[in-house]
Design a protein around this ligand. Structure first.
Ligand code: HEM
Length: 445
């Protein structure tokens, strides 16, 4: 599938999606397929693509909250799989660092200077506050947090409702179509375009950039990583232009203007400004998109829950939480241990990588009864860890919840029932957890 990519706002050329580029590359270089031999090496993407990750994590959880994987294509790492253990690690951000200097928040290791030199490459990294520790993290998070207050959500709600309703009314009836493309992508990229006051006609670029930036497997293939970096540079150039325009005009309510005119902005370099914009695009894109698809898939798999939703719209706010728990749109985040320590009976050393599997915590039977069932009446659905925990807990959570609530409310108002009616293809990745394609048909209840 070719995607439109702009060299400058408004001008386009074609470029493949990240997934297609990776598929194509691996078909030409099958020897580069990664070998996963350790039984608990859950960095492999096939188990998510084929939706068979559940028993592996259940087996780990039954044995304990932490498991050491001594060898894998992403190096050695700890799997942290219990709800309590993940909360514990996230509550100690000095001991378990998010900082890119220690290794950042992705499962991949950062190439050191010698490795880069050996490959004849320059480092291209965009610093972002999700991969920073205190105190720097605090100052930078403050520049964007005002965009997600309850008052801001009130201000945005009517517009979200209007756009959602209009889109639902435009969906074909009596015909199979891809919910991911027509609904999930359209609503989430449109939302981000409004948040940034981004040129509307270019909004699919946000999807394209987010796909490339958020794909950790792409980053493991040298040629593709170079392509990825080129795309990220183009994105940075595009935003630089928007920044220059906004810096010279009256401050508006959009996020870019808010950031430029924030008092905390003087703590940020231009690279950090760009990095944080990328963070907002990636953070707000795949995650909400995949929950919008997950809701439809979940209701189709558990028709009793769909019926409950249809009969009782008061359950919608809790259904939103439960669907976020059940889907877990980001499978994990990573931390790096800064000092030797004991953790739940295991010796963790300074420099060790810990992968916090939210996907597993959200199926932990010690917290959630019958965790593999979607249950929109679940009393403690809110205890899910899909948004993380502690100082890095998702800053955009309220916006995501608002978009999902409005989607369900508007579907209900139209008595709309959505059935899975064709192909279902999941994302082939260990980080973003969701759907690439979900063919559906719309009827009424
Ligand atoms: C952080 C998930 C929607 C922006 C995070 C983290 C997770 C997450 C797991 C890291 C938490 C941690 O390390 O403890 C999600 C999910 C979403 C969602 C599941 C939707 C269902 C959004 C939206 C935006 C956003 C809509 C903005 C438009 C961010 C940012 C951070 C973040 C900026 C970094 C926070 C920090 O480091 O302080 N999100 N997110 N996210 N998210 Fe979200």
């Amino acid at each position: 599938m070719a995607t439109q990519i702009a060299e400058q706002p408004g001008t386009y050329r074609s470029s493949p999606s990240a997934v297609d580029a990776l598929k194509e590359h691996l078909s030409r270089h099958p020897e580069e397929k990664w070998v996963h031999t350790h039984p608990y090496d859950v960095s492999r993407s096939d188990i998510y693509y084929e939706d068979r990750w559940q028993p592996i994590f259940a087996e780990m959880r039954a044995k304990g909250p932490l498991h050491w994987v001594d060898e894998s294509p992403v190096g050695p790492y700890w799997n942290v799989v219990g709800h309590k253990a993940i909360g514990h690690v996230e509550a100690l951000p000095e001991l378990f660092s998010s900082s890119w200097e220690h290794g950042g928040i992705t499962i991949l290791n950062r190439l050191d200077e010698d490795e880069l030199a050996a490959q004849g490459r320059e480092r291209f990294e965009l610093p972002m506050f999700i991969a920073m520790d205190r105190p720097k993290h605090t100052g930078q998070r403050r520049t964007v947090a005002p965009a997600f207050t309850p008052a801001e959500m009130k201000r945005l709600e009517d517009d979200i409702r209007h756009r959602t309703g209009e889109l639902l009314d435009s969906l074909p009836r009596g015909e199979v179509f891809d919910w991911v493309d027509k609904v999930s992508i359209e609503l989430t990229t449109g939302m981000l375009a409004i948040l940034f006051d981004f040129p509307w006609e270019d909004r699919r670029l946000l999807t394209f950039w987010s796909d490339w930036a958020g794909d950790t497997e792409i980053a493991m293939v040298r040629d593709l990583d170079e392509m990825r970096q080129g795309i990220l540079r183009e994105m940075a150039a595009y935003f630089q232009q928007l920044w220059a325009e906004r810096a010279n005009r009256e401050p508006g309510p959009d996020l870019i203007s808010m950031m430029i005119h924030s008092p905390a902005m003087n703590q940020m370099s231009p690279q950090e400004f760009m990095g944080n914009l990328v963070l907002l695009i990636v953070g707000g894109n795949d995650t909400t998109r995949n929950t919008m698809s997950g809701i439809i898939h979940g209701f189709d798999k558990f028709p009793d829950q769909r019926k409950l939703f249809e009969e009782n719209p008061d359950l919608i706010p809790n259904a939103v939480q439960e669907c976020i728990r059940y889907q877990t749109p980001l499978a994990h985040m990573r931390r790096t241990c800064t000092e030797d320590t004991e953790l739940f009976g295991q010796q963790v050393k300074a420099g060790d990588k810990l992968v916090l599997w939210y996907l597993s915590a959200n199926r932990d039977a010690e917290v959630f009864e019958n965790p593999d069932k979607l249950d929109i009446t679940r009393e403690n659905a809110r205890r899910h860890l899909s948004f993380g925990y502690g100082i890095h807990r998702c800053v955009g959570a309220r916006l995501a919840e608002l978009q999902l609530r409005v989607l369900l409310e508007e579907m209900h108002a139209r008595r709309m029932r959505v059935h899975v009616a064709g192909d279902v293809e999941r994302v082939r990745a260990n980080f973003v957890h969701g759907f690439r394609k979900l063919e559906v048909e719309v009827t009424t209840f």
